[in-house]
Design a protein around this ligand. Structure first.
Ligand code: AMP
Length: 288
């Protein structure tokens, strides 16, 4: 069995599990609160903290993992290979100073500036590249409070909407990186053919779910006389599927896969062409 390390709690946990389940990989726990579960025929899920997952994968304790790219970057381990961007858990790692500070950019920092962060590795590398000498104040969370307590001058922390920073009297002065959840693998483990095949199976299954989540299946009864126009509204990959409706031949049913964010425009245009009985459904998985 190959191991996949999955966040056991926190921001990434629920969505990671939901995604795996939709992809047909539902964890089967032997007992309540178990930290290990069977995941399909070839995998075993181990539930650990998102922060620990890069190290576990780099050390080979798990062949695969799901965690934030910020944490992968912080671990800075060559043994880790990124397999797939999952598109959720989006956030940015930013440099923030107190509202009243005159700092405008990370390059403005005076030598010896104290930086509170739970990303000491990334912060050191970032400021080193800028040629600014800093002093890292390591914290494991709630870095926002540090400048107000006088233990640090600025912070390097994650934000998605920026509201926590604002509420705590802080102002962004620069972005270090954009992060999202990823499937990662131990590079050496991928040298084994069977593991490589399982990795492809895993990423194909998950990708089919991600692809499907951006699409909708649309069905509509349309006048046969308007078929050419309907084809231009529903281009699809190979055009819509046209099915006969059992009437005198004046109506046909058109089925097509459309972009989720274009469903409303498509419906409006179909209605203009006289379409009726329009039905839109979600798609669970979509293989190209
Ligand atoms: P946890 O501490 O277990 O809730 O997970 C934190 C991870 O969730 C981070 O390392 C990021 O990859 C991700 N994340 C997504 N949005 C945010 C956010 N607004 N603040 C902190 N972490 C976030």
């Amino acid at each position: 069995m190959l191991r996949i390390a999955i966040p056991n709690k926190g921001r990434l946990s629920e969505q990671a599990l939901e995604l795996l389940e939709t992809a047909g990989l539902k964890p089967e726990f032997r007992a309540d609160r178990a930290l290990v579960a069977r995941l399909g025929d070839s995998f075993q899920a181990i539930f650990v903290r998102a922060q620990d997952i890069p190290e576990f994968v780099a050390d080979g304790a798990a062949e695969f993992g799901i965690t934030g790219s910020d944490l992968v970057e912080e671990a800075h381990r060559d043994e880790i290979t990124e397999l797939l961007d999952l598109g959720f858990g989006k956030c940015r790692l930013v440099v923030a100073a107190r509202d009243e500070s005159s700092l405008k950019a990370p390059g403005d920092l005076a030598p010896g500036t104290r930086v509170a962060t739970s990303f000491p590795g990334i912060a050191r590398r970032f400021f080193q590249e800028l040629g600014v000498e800093i002093q890292v104040v390591p914290v494991s969370g709630a870095a926002e409070i540090a400048p107000h307590l006088g233990v640090a001058d600025i912070i390097v922390d994650l934000t998605s909407t920026g509201s926590t920073l604002r509420v705590n009297g802080l102002r962004e002065i620069g972005t270090i990186l954009h992060s999202s959840a990823r499937i990662i693998a131990n590079g050496e483990a991928l040298n084994v053919e069977e593991t490589r095949r399982s990795a492809t199976e895993l990423t194909n299954a998950v990708e089919s779910v991600l692809r499907a989540s951006r699409k909708r299946y649309l069905m509509a009864n349309v006048p046969r006389a308007k078929l050419d126009e309907v084809r231009s509204v529903l281009p699809g990959i190979s055009g819509p599927t046209i099915v006969d409706v059992l009437d005198q031949g004046t109506w046909v049913a058109a089925h097509a896969v459309v972009e989720a964010d274009q469903v409303y425009q498509t419906i409006t245009r179909l209605k203009e062409l006289g379409a009726e009985g329009i039905l839109v459904t979600r798609i669970e998985r979509l293989m190209p």
